[in-house]
Design a protein around this ligand. Structure first.
Ligand code: ZN
Length: 198
């Protein structure tokens, strides 16, 4: 890194901390940014700061939003008695893209993982249980089909069942270990339609 000026090294170092960015990508991004017009770099930097400042968890479903209640939770057109539980906002976006799902969501922001020491209290599970005290017909568990997703699904099912609310799990059409966001819309809809009651 000593080949570069201190400022560039610092920029490369910061960019390299971003998820999925290795040192080569960090260098490429740093040089790209340095070569951009001042205004566009300023715009990017403002966008990052504003997003960080204004984005928060929806008080209902815990997805990321810049309002107190996200547009989905605020919509009268959605079926508020059907809650689909997903791991992250990207999974929510994947289902929203299909335009077919009319219920609402609950975003856990992760999945339990004993290996990574992520327990039930580290995800938005308590918030889901609070929601179930209102009138809810069905909880559809759409966590990923990897080890963590399955463990999370099992726990949620265990917690929801005693309430008498219907619990279902999306079908196995979703490839094992596959992140929901990479799956095409038809597969997603099939997984949702083919969900099985737990
Ligand atoms: Zn919401």
């Amino acid at each position: 890194m000593e080949y570069y000026s201190e400022q560039i090294s610092k920029l490369i170092e910061e960019l390299g901390r971003l998820p999925g960015i290795g040192s080569k990508s960090a260098q490429r991004l740093a040089f790209y940014l340095i070569n951009q017009p001042m205004e566009s770099v300023q715009h990017l930097s403002d966008t990052i700061v504003n997003a960080r400042k204004n984005v928060r968890y929806c008080v209902e479903c815990c997805t990321l939003t810049d309002r107190e209640v996200c547009p989905i939770c605020a919509s009268a057109k959605r079926d508020h008695k059907t809650i689909m539980v997903v791991e992250n906002p990207r999974d929510l976006a994947a289902y929203e893209k299909t335009g077919q799902y009319k219920g609402v969501y609950h975003v856990l922001h992760g999945a339990i993982s004993p290996a990574l020491q992520i327990g039930p209290n580290d995800i938005k599970l308590k918030e889901l249980l609070v929601r179930l005290q209102k009138e809810v017909d069905e909880v559809i568990i759409a966590t990923n089909s990897n080890l963590e997703g399955e463990a999370t699904a099992a726990l949620i099912s265990q917690l929801v069942k005693p309430t008498g609310i219907r619990v279902s799990r999306i079908a196995n059409g979703v490839p094992v270990g596959g992140d929901l966001e990479y799956i095409d819309e038809v597969t997603l809809m099939r997984a949702l339609e083919g969900r099985v009651e737990l």
